[in-house]
Design a protein around this ligand. Structure first.
Ligand SMILES: *Cc1c(COP(=O)(O)O)cnc(C)c1O
Length: 400
């Protein structure tokens, strides 16, 4: 297949090694390839972008920060109607900030749940003392817009709805556009956790109405971990003054203060911002959402085909699978011990991820980060070799 528009550095290393199909055991920096939900493999230029110390009031830094916010807004299709509010911390911090900032004390949040990240938003409501309801479906099923329709019609107290775009717990794609349509028709606000989808799966703010969407620096945008950001509908954010039960997680205050002087309220993650700004150069060079999503879809296709050829079964049918992370059933073969499998793959330079499903015993392999076809094929070769070492013959799941 064609290589990605902006090939990961490994492609050169592979070419230099003279092998077309097998990636080197480790990346150019000697680190293993991260086939995980994050943190993820970043390019060498993204890592190098962090070799600077900027003061928070440095005009160069303030310019980069302003440009970064505009670029993120553009990716979202935000324009003048929306703003980008960045926030320190991992993705969970900005999800919690979104819930606390947008849902007022007398509001009620309906959370559509089909995995751990939806459930986590319910815990946030518990911490904040916010009223909430949960509509839960199994982890291998998408959330249901028709159920949402019924629940909203029956409960006028629900002020906001929350949904996870790609539920990284399983890798399932949720029908966010349909959820947005129903929510808007009922006049409620929509909060989207797009953490593992933003930048790879199109969701255009001009067509899909929402009050807030959050994502982070280190998933499909391929920056370093350390900050999240909220794409907020300006008219909705303007109403959020005084909502947040937390000072550091108050997106309204963060927004007003950043608009006023271009600065972060508290110590900015300067290195992370430099890395993300560089990562967005690569994102644009690759062709934006279409290019990035295209590489991930190809990674996912290679992975799923290769794993099926080895006898593994995916949790999800192909039509529900987002090209982000794939859940595989644990093989039933008594010689298959996940910890051994994991450790031996790690020694060969590939890090995979345990499952955290309640519906099935499983593990996960990610398709995102600075990985291309060579790394996916390299991972498959390593998996085949480890299975031989472990004397695993049958990768079909345990019956029952
Ligand atoms: C990664 C992720 C988060 C945030 O996780 P952190 O570990 O806090 O960065 C939230 N929601 C989804 C869907 C995710 O994939």
């Amino acid at each position: 297949m064609a290589s990605p528009p902006a090939a990961p550095p490994a492609a050169d290393a592979v070419a230099a090694g003279g092998s077309r199909n097998v990636a080197p055991a480790a990346s150019p920096t000697g680190d293993p390839w991260l086939l995980t939900p994050g943190p993820l493999t970043t390019s060498l230029p993204v890592k190098q972008a962090m070799l600077h110390d900027y003061g928070s009031r440095d005009t160069r830094f303030i310019d980069i920060n302003r440009r970064l916010r505009e670029r993120l807004l553009t990716i979202a299709g935000g324009g003048n109607s929306h703003v980008c509010v960045p926030l320190q911390g991992s993705g969970t911090f900005v999800v919690e900030a979104m819930v606390g900032t947008f849902v007022p004390a007398d509001g009620k949040l309906l959370i559509l749940v089909n995995g751990a990240y939806g459930r986590r938003m319910a815990r946030m409501c518990e911490y904040f003392g916010l009223r909430y309801g949960v509509e839960e479906v199994p982890e291998d099923a998408p959330v249901d817009p028709q159920t949402l329709e019924r629940v909203l019609a029956g409960d006028p107290e629900i002020s906001h709805v929350a949904v996870v775009h790609c539920e990284t717990t399983s890798g399932i794609l949720n029908p966010v556009e349909a959820v947005a349509e129903v929510t808007a028709r009922h006049g409620r606000g929509l909060l989207i956790d797009a953490m593992s989808a933003f930048g790879a799966i199109a969701l255009d703010a001009r067509r899909t109405p929402y009050d807030a969407l959050v994502a982070s620096s280190n998933k499909c945008l391929e920056g370093s971990p350390g900050m999240g950001f909220c794409i907020a509908r300006k008219a909705a954010l303007k109403q959020c003054e005084g909502n947040s039960p937390s000072l550091s997680l108050d997106l309204y205050d963060q927004w007003r203060s950043m608009e006023a002087n271009g600065q972060w309220r508290f110590t900015p993650p300067t290195h992370c911002i430099l890395a993300l700004d560089r990562a967005l150069d690569e994102f644009e060079a690759e062709g934006g959402v279409a290019g990035r999503g295209g590489r991930y879809r190809e990674n996912c296709r290679i992975l799923v085909e290769g794993m099926r050829a080895l006898g593994f079964q995916t949790l999800l049918p192909d039509e529900l699978q987002a090209p982000i992370i794939v859940t595989f059933h644990m093989p039933g073969d008594p010689n298959f011990v996940f910890e051994t499998f994991y450790d031996r793959l790690r020694r060969r330079g590939y890090v995979i991820y345990p499952g955290k499903l309640t519906v099935a015993d499983s593990f996960r392999i990610g398709c995102i980060g600075r990985l291309g076809a060579a790394e996916m094929r390299g991972a498959l070769d390593a998996i085949a070799a480890v299975l031989r070492e472990m004397n695993v013959r049958d990768c079909a799941p345990r019956a029952g």
